[in-house]
Design a protein around this ligand. Structure first.
Ligand SMILES: [Zn+2]
Length: 288
């Protein structure tokens, strides 16, 4: 069984997620108290259904609110059963509060900025492995609209090798993995220890360093007369066809050909040429 913190972080990856009172009562008291004390949960609307407490594994039933002061349900086995109001409480993860918590925990400077429409929080920056890294917290990075969210956030899109904090899920779209972006999954790197939420950042920083170094490694453009040969060698090493080269580099076939021929419409240092060079020289794929 996952820890309460992991359950909460997994839930926060769902749209319109809530955590119900009954669920929190199943958590070990120490963990529940710690999570509630952190202040990263906020009250959501009360549940509109409840399960019978007498039945061991009763199905959720609609609430009946017009018989007496307390809500009731109609249990198929026990008839009308009274439900305590407190059992209807629900909470959701408050990303803004989580962001403020991370700023304090990781010692970030620059202040928090919520980027509309409210799925990305700019958390500030700090030195990591000898370079200044910007931090962003993202909700729903694997949701179907996540590329729209990225495109609407030029501060994130234009940040070199930033650290993207996400509850659990990683992006499914290759574009999220460009620009040396490194991902810090809280299910992997955060835990409750002695009643506090702790991020094992020192261990994570080593992984980040590798990602940032690969991103910053200077690429010398391949002279046009050696490009055809470079593609052939890559295909031979990887046992692949040219189709994989332009697919993995996320360019179209025409662009790859124009680059190979030194066509000025694909200039050195431009994004298509960089993707091709990163693939052929460093084996870094822009698309799976
Ligand atoms: Zn019952």
């Amino acid at each position: 069984m996952d820890s309460p913190l992991t359950q909460l972080l997994n839930r926060a990856d769902l749209t319109g997620h809530v955590i119900g009172y009954d669920e929190t009562r199943r958590w070990p008291a120490q963990d529940r108290d710690a999570i509630l004390r952190l202040g990263i949960l906020r009250k959501a609307a009360d549940a509109e259904y409840a399960t019978c407490e007498i039945c061991a594994d009763g199905e959720p039933c609609d609430l009946i609110l017009d018989i007496g002061p307390d809500p009731r349900i109609h249990c198929p086995q026990h008839g009308l059963v009274r439900i305590a109001w407190e059992r209807l409480q629900q909470w959701e993860l408050d990303f803004q509060k989580l962001g403020l918590f991370l700023i304090g925990q990781l010692g970030l400077t620059g202040g928090m900025n919520t980027i509309p429409p409210g799925r990305i929080w700019q958390l500030g920056r700090r030195q990591v492995s000898g370079r200044t890294a910007e931090f962003f917290l993202v909700q729903g990075i694997a949701w179907p609209d996540s590329l729209d969210v990225l495109r609407a956030a030029p501060k994130l899109a234009g940040s070199p090798a930033p650290i993207i904090v996400c509850p659990d899920q990683l992006p499914l779209e290759a574009m999220w993995r460009e620009s040396g972006r490194a991902f810090l999954r809280l299910t992997e790197w955060a835990r409750i220890h002695d009643g506090h939420l702790v991020v094992d950042f020192e261990a994570y920083a080593d992984l980040y360093r590798q990602t940032a170094e690969a991103f910053e490694k200077p690429l010398t453009p391949t002279p046009p007369e050696r490009r055809e040969r470079l593609i052939e060698e890559f295909c031979k090493t990887h046992g692949c066809k040219v189709k994989q080269v332009y697919t993995w580099a996320a360019v179209d076939r025409g662009d790859l050909n124009r680059w190979k021929n030194g066509d000025p419409t694909i200039p050195d240092g431009g994004e298509p040429a960089m993707r091709i060079e990163r693939l052929l020289q460093l084996d870094q794929r822009s698309r799976a």
